[in-house]
Ligand binder design. Structure first.
Ligand SMILES: *[C@@H]1O[C@H](CO)[C@@H](O)[C@H](O)[C@H]1NC(C)=O
Ligand SMILES: *[C@@H]1O[C@H](CO)[C@@H](O)[C@H](O)[C@H]1NC(C)=O
Ligand SMILES: *[C@@H]1O[C@H](CO)[C@@H](O)[C@H](O)[C@H]1NC(C)=O
Ligand SMILES: *[C@@H]1O[C@H](CO)[C@@H](O)[C@H](O)[C@H]1NC(C)=O
Length: 223
């Protein structure tokens, strides 16, 4: 019983203490998949493990003590999405699995353990990647529009031609980005081989298409 009270006190300290460690690992997690956050340097048996998210105030992500997972203080944002899994390097259940990764999960996470009675916090910076998986080019009248949807982080769009055209970026409810840009075909000279590239810094996609000039098209619609 005494031990349990002590554990509770230690848990409370862990939940509210703020330690900057200087040790920081960045991991990139693919949107809408499972992500694994490692708690480094585990030695000996773990009796307390506490994962929190430091960004947006300290949110409890996952707690383990009294030999089981404790969900009482878990922030609703992480509900049903976390579990502890075995770290293959150490054989200990200290790795955090976060399911169905959202853009809102980005930020700094910290893991605390009681290992060796020496609280060892370590920071994990989680970055979300929703890669560019296609870039569409569609013609409407005399203009060609290039677009891509559901990407993250914030993308940039570039045309192979000059003059360049500015792009419109919109954010969806899931915080993903839609991007599009249009070019007037009549403003262009030379051939109409157009490439459009959308890039997020983490991913990139280029689509290339040849278009007929508006005047030439008139000639072909003679019949
Ligand atoms: C997320 O993944 C599930 C299956 O793993 C899929 O059914 C769902 O459409 C995906 N959602 C988004 C927004 O990509
Ligand atoms: C760790 O746990 C295992 C099994 O629960 C036990 O056999 C072992 O003695 C423990 N080791 C230490 C250092 O407490
Ligand atoms: C979590 O799972 C339980 C049981 O499957 C379900 O009733 C509950 O609505 C889920 N909560 C969230 C936030 O998804
Ligand atoms: C982004 O693109 C998706 C897929 O085409 C669409 O359903 C959604 O309405 C768009 N959102 C915005 C804010 O443009």
């Amino acid at each position: 019983m005494k031990d349990q009270n002590l554990l509770t006190i230690i848990m409370l300290i862990l939940m509210f203490q703020d330690v900057s460690t200087g040790k920081e690992t960045t991991i990139t997690c693919r949107y809408n998949t499972s992500c694994f956050l490692s708690c480094p340097h585990p030695q000996g048996n773990v009796t307390i493990l506490h994962w929190k998210k430091e960004t947006e105030g300290d949110l409890t992500v996952h707690s383990f003590y009294y030999e089981k997972d404790q969900f009482e203080h878990q922030d609703p944002r992480f509900k049903n999405r976390t579990s502890l899994v075995v770290d293959q390097d150490t054989g200990r259940k200290t790795r955090l699995q976060l399911k169905n990764v959202k853009v809102q999960d980005e930020g700094k996470y910290q893991c605390h353990t009681d290992i060796d009675n020496n609280f060892t916090p370590s920071d994990v910076l989680l970055q979300v990647d929703a890669p560019v998986q296609r870039v569409d080019m569609v013609r409407t009248g005399n203009s060609v529009t290039c677009s891509s949807e559901g990407v993250y982080p914030k993308p940039e769009l570039t045309w192979s031609s000059s003059p360049q055209s500015s792009s419109t970026v919109q954010q969806t409810e899931e915080k993903l980005y839609n991007i599009s840009s249009s070019l007037e075909l009549s403003d262009m000279d030379g051939d109409l081989l157009l490439s459009c590239t959308v890039s997020t810094g983490l991913s990139k996609w280029t689509t290339t298409t040849t278009w007929r000039k508006p005047s030439e098209e008139h000639n072909t619609i003679k019949c």
